[in-house]
Design a binder for this molecule. Sequence first.
Ligand SMILES: [Fe+2]
Length: 442
Amino acid sequence: MVTAQKDVTVERSLLERVSEARRRSDELFEIVRSDAIYARPIRERHRIIFYVGHLEAFDWNLLHENVFGLKSFHPEFDRLFAFGIDPVGGGLPSDQPSEWPSLAAVRDYVRKIRAALDGKLESGEAGGRMRDGFSLETLLDVAIEHRLMHVETLAYMLHQLPLQQKVPQVVTPLSSASPIVHSMIEIPAGKVTLGLSRESGVFGWDNEFEKHSALVPGFEIDRYMVTNGQFLDFIADGGYKTAGFWSEDDWNWKEGQNISHPVFWKKADDRWMYQTMFAEVPLPMDWPVYVSHAEAAAYARWAGKGLPTEEQWQRAAYGAADGAERFYPWGEEAPNESLGNFDLQSWDPAPVNAFPKGRSAFGVEGMVGNGWEWTATLFGPFPGFEPFPFYRGYSADFFDGKHFVMKGGSARTAACMLRPTFRNWFQGHYQYVYAGFRCVNP
Ligand SMILES: [Fe+2]
């Protein structure tokens, strides 16, 4: 239902964030050569063409009728491009390129949606509109972050596209850092705060509410994320060939899929190479290893350690010895390029010790950026969880005991999602995420 409107405009800064997010997603599609737009770089995912239409269809379906009273001009595309995280039923999609509309038709759909929505957003009568009790401002935050999340997950997908199907972009030179001295840091017992309060007025997704606290017993955590070099030791020690390091389910998955190394690694003759976004390079030993949860858990068992729980991770990142809690591991300063590898500055990881200024109060380094970090915690609702009525499945569809919480962020995570309450999640057998881990001694 369209609610009565006041004659107020949407804040300019919010409209600028909408344009900036669109610019980011447009730029990403530009790295795909035009003859590859119907490719499917990851077999579980849609073809690239789907995402060209999806980002606009999402915004349109969220806003056009329920907020602005606009009529659909292409209901078939609204449905075709509506959903796209995981194919239903766990099977692999089998659609053919010929079943999809032409790129020109999809681009035309995108243009018309932007024009129609912008006409309303800039009309001076948009502010004050609501949907299901949520303000237009909140809905725009949903649209912006939804798009920026896809800008990141599409980067994982395009990472797997053969190099000859991509238009290379400017790549910042690989950062170098001093030799790494691995150690563990003791985190004393203490209280940790999780989640957002509904009264705070701060934007968060449904799974970030409600605010609560927990007492975390003392533990030790790795100062740095586990590196490719460390993971190589696990492989050399028969890590992928020893059932005892794996849960039964993880072992069966690994055997069934014939997996013997991280998906970003390639063996050339007897040398390990690494597939970056736009090149193949000798394995960078000091970069964080990107692996599935199953591989991370196996490594941790081999090392005689474990993966941190979400609460342990949160305490190591944001807690301090005096009981205070910070907004970012390094303090209150807004994210910038001296503090970590995030906010789409780089296409690739950096050495795990490249950002000492970003360390937490306890001295743990690189917790935000440079790769999400797997936790041992299954993704579930916080006490007081309520799904967004306009996107009921966003989180609740994944409270299934198969998805694990990831924290932190990667090089391709936008700064707005580096807030401490943001929770990411993936199923434990998905290797393509920019996600690594660090270990704890409980
Ligand atoms: Fe989506």
